[in-house]
Design a protein around this ligand. Structure first.
Ligand code: AMP
Ligand code: ZN
Length: 119
């Protein structure tokens, strides 16, 4: 993938991001347009389009993304009050960037899981 993918470019250091955690296989950085007091994205450094592709293609790496997300939640002080971990996937899931990323959201009550706005 590489130069065409926004998050590959962040992983490569070509586009700046506020990195909060890095492991050999994952990177966590703050969302540029936060939807909660804490909003961090966790990506595998290797390009997978979405969580379905990652989960089936490299379940161990998917586990590393989860471990990094949990460490971020701990660092951000979210474990006591709780938080939400979200993978938007595909068109109906509202995915906009096609490099898999976990949203770590917290720091305030987040409301219901989904607004009841389904057609
Ligand atoms: P999704 O809709 O699940 O694909 O989420 C994409 C997320 O990436 C959104 O929450 C955006 O605010 C976020 N985003 C887009 N560009 C950047 C960037 N350059 N740095 C950090 N986050 C970004
Ligand atoms: Zn990518």
């Amino acid at each position: 993938m590489g130069s065409d993918c926004l998050f590959c470019r962040i992983v490569a250091g070509e586009i700046p991001a506020t990195v909060v955690r890095e492991t050999p296989t994952t990177l966590a950085f703050r969302d540029i347009d936060p939807k909660a007091p804490v909003h961090v994205l966790v990506v595998p450094k290797e390009h997978y389009a979405d969580v379905a592709t990652l989960g089936q293609g490299d379940p161990a790496l998917a586990g590393e993304v989860l471990a990094t997300a949990a460490a971020v939640a701990e660092d951000e002080g979210l474990l006591g009050d709780g938080f939400r971990l979200m993978f938007n996937t595909g068109a109906y899931g509202g995915q906009e960037v096609f490099h898999v990323h976990a949203h770590v959201l917290g720091g305030a009550p987040l409301g219901p899981m989904l607004a009841r706005n389904l057609g």
